[in-house]
Design a protein. Structure first.
Length: 259
């Protein structure tokens, strides 16, 4: 999909249909950075807070930061934890947090399904002064895009979307091995100790969840008009009907760099 802000209705689809993270992801981050209730974590590019909410019970405070106001509005509505704060800002703004949180105060900077929008080399370098000893940066990807998976139904979905958008779809959003290798090399070059793991699970999908997930990755300009969405949903349903039940092998990649 094309680069854009996740505003308006797209943020609503993002909150409703983007997968959350299983507890094993919070377990992995807790172990990697020895997180405690005394710690503060920055979840950068937090979107509507899927990872932010999973981390909240593990630490003293989580700062969810995102450049899109509508995403943060959805995050606030969906979050009840009292130790979560939401900040409007982008990766380029994190240096401005130093006077607020103090140098060496953050236990981790997490980036979940968002690093492909950022200058990762700059981020890994500028994050270091904010991190306490033993803290670090975590790059988390929440499965491959629905239209790029190794399954017959995903191939059929890709054909529908390519036809609808008028362009082939091949952006991996940082979930592919080449991107992961590039991020790992950049973490190492910035002076971090690098580790990685994959947390996998199976999940069944409905057509409504697939379409909602697709809409969550479109720009507001790409979304079909409201009156056209039922027909779009039926088009997807017809294309995928020979391959039911529809199941997804979700591979959550957790790449960590520790100070």
């Amino acid at each position: 999909m094309t680069e854009s802000a996740f505003g308006g209705e797209v943020s609503e689809y993002y909150q409703r249909f983007r997968r959350g993270y299983p507890p094993a992801v919070a377990d992995a981050l807790t172990t990697s950075f020895a997180l405690t209730r005394e710690d503060v974590v920055l979840d950068l590019g937090c979107g509507t807070g899927q990872l932010t909410r999973v981390l909240a019970p593990r630490v003293g405070a989580v700062l969810g930061m995102d450049p899109e106001p509508d995403m943060l509005a959805q995050a606030r509505q969906a979050t009840t934890a009292s130790n979560v704060s939401w900040l409007l800002g982008a990766a380029a703004d994190i240096e401005a947090l130093t006077p607020v949180v103090g140098p060496g105060r953050l236990a981790a900077v997490t980036v979940a399904q968002a690093l492909h929008w950022m200058d990762h080399d700059r981020l890994f370098t500028t994050a270091r002064p904010l991190l306490r000893p033993g803290g670090g940066v975590a790059v988390v990807t929440n499965g491959e895009p629905l239209w790029l998976q190794d399954s017959a139904w995903s191939s059929a979905l890709r054909e529908v979307l390519s036809s609808f958008l008028g362009t082939p779809l091949h952006r991996t959003c940082g979930t592919d091995s080449a991107s992961q290798t590039r991020y790992a090399a950049a973490l190492s070059a910035a002076g971090y100790m690098v580790d990685s793991q994959v947390i996998s699970y199976d999940a069944e999908l409905t057509i409504e969840e697939i379409v909602g997930g697709v809409f969550s990755a479109m720009s507001p300009a790409q979304l079909p008009a409201a009156e056209e969405r039922p027909a779009f949903t039926e088009r997807v349903r017809e294309a995928l009907s020979p391959f039911g039940p529809l199941r997804e092998q979700v591979r959550v990649r957790v790449l960590t760099g520790t100070r």
